[in-house]
Write a protein that binds this ligand. Structure first.
Ligand code: DP6
Length: 355
């Protein structure tokens, strides 16, 4: 029996993840399947997360989404794909148990909030679609595992499939034509490497110029470096990265992270017309970290940049004072810190040359 006045709701959060082996390129835009596997570290929920409440009711007239208080379009194919898949799972559950209220036939309302700047290269779509899928799955009381839900979140935004897990997460690209094996799996929980930290250097919170989706399409179509990256370089790096994580080998983790960030930005530069996500301040951050590692005689920090100018710096807790001390000195406008995964908002002073 259903109650026509009832409003059903569930709330979920999903954290941001930052890839250390980057996803860049699609084999199918329809299924949102990637040209290569990728691997990320999920950040602490305390720092960067999306909080989403999903509601449904027989009284709602249309599916709707509000993001940070503003209405957002849900007629796009990605949101529609997620709605359709989740409703189909709920419908199957209702068919198995006819006493359940028919939520699959009700319109959905989603209210979502980020605690960080949207579209500033901080993977807002990853946390956004992961929280979207998790909240509706909870509303529908679905029993599917995070890996099964990752197949759905992937269709919202590729990187979102990795935000359904904490810790170290691989998105295995899969080989099936229907994309059903293009899913995320946890490689190791956060507790496996308790000393790992990440600092976010917010260099600009402006909206990025070229969206990830448009940028990667353009790279796949035009970059001559890209096939080697996708088919040769990344598969080898995925294996090496999994081993480095299993062995908590920061030296190798850092080498691979920095090399893969640079390789990703190199294929962006090799795209016609070229795509520039990093700016002069980003390049200064690269030089500071490279110099810090050279002086230390080992890797004590690793930088990585997504589709925007902001840096994420990975380091281990014992090196925190030196890594953050140097960054803070080099970037004196740093204004924010947090204890677990540290966050720095920084701008280099005008004329600073990074050395
Ligand atoms: C550079 O997941 O935003 O952050 O699937 O088109 O929504 P769509 O792309 P998106 O791309 C993320 C690209 C990246 C690398 C990564 O997170 O692996």
């Amino acid at each position: 029996m259903s109650d026509s006045a009832a409003v059903y709701h569930a709330t979920a959060t999903a954290p941001v993840n930052i890839a250390v082996i980057k996803y860049w390129g699609k084999t199918s835009t329809k299924l949102n399947t990637p040209t290569n596997s990728s691997l990320s570290v999920t950040l602490s929920q305390d720092d960067l997360r999306t909080l989403t409440t999903a509601s449904c009711s027989a009284q709602f007239q249309a599916d709707a989404l509000w993001l940070n208080g503003a209405p957002h379009d849900v007629s796009n194919v990605r949101s529609q794909a997620c709605f359709a898949e989740l409703r189909a799972l709920r419908k199957a559950k209702e068919d198995r148990d006819p006493s359940l209220p028919p939520l699959s036939s009700y319109k959905l309302h989603l209210v979502s909030e980020n605690n960080f700047p949207t579209a500033a290269g901080l993977a807002s779509s990853a946390a956004g679609f992961a929280a979207f899928v998790r909240a509706i799955a909870d509303l529908y009381d679905l029993e599917e595992t995070p890996t099964e839900l990752s197949r759905i979140a992937r269709q919202g935004s590729g990187s979102a499939c990795r935000s359904l897990f904490g810790g170290y997460v691989a998105w295995e690209k899969g080989s099936r034509d229907d994309g059903k094996d293009s899913i995320a799996v946890q490689v190791a929980p956060e507790s496996h490497w308790p000393t790992m930290r990440a600092a976010i250097l917010v260099i600009s919170d402006a909206k990025k110029g070229v969206s990830s989706t448009a940028g990667m399409q353009s790279t796949v179509a035009t970059s001559t470096l890209f096939p080697n990256r996708a088919n040769v370089v990344v598969p080898a790096r995925m294996e090496a990265m999994k081993k480095a994580i299993a062995e908590k080998d920061f030296e190798t983790f850092a080498d691979l992270t920095m090399a893969d960030s640079n390789s990703f930005h190199a294929v962006c530069l090799d795209t016609v017309p070229p795509i520039f996500y990093m700016n002069d301040t980003s390049r200064s951050a690269v030089r500071i970290v490279e110099e810090m590692n050279r002086c230390a005689g080992e890797n004590i920090a690793a930088y990585t940049f997504d589709a925007g100018p902001n840096a994420v710096i990975y380091y281990e807790e014992p090196a925190q004072d030196i890594v953050l001390g140097v960054l803070k000195k080099a970037m004196p406008a740093a204004i924010g810190w947090s204890d677990k995964y540290s966050k720095i908002e920084a701008k280099l002073p005008d004329g600073f040359n990074g050395t």
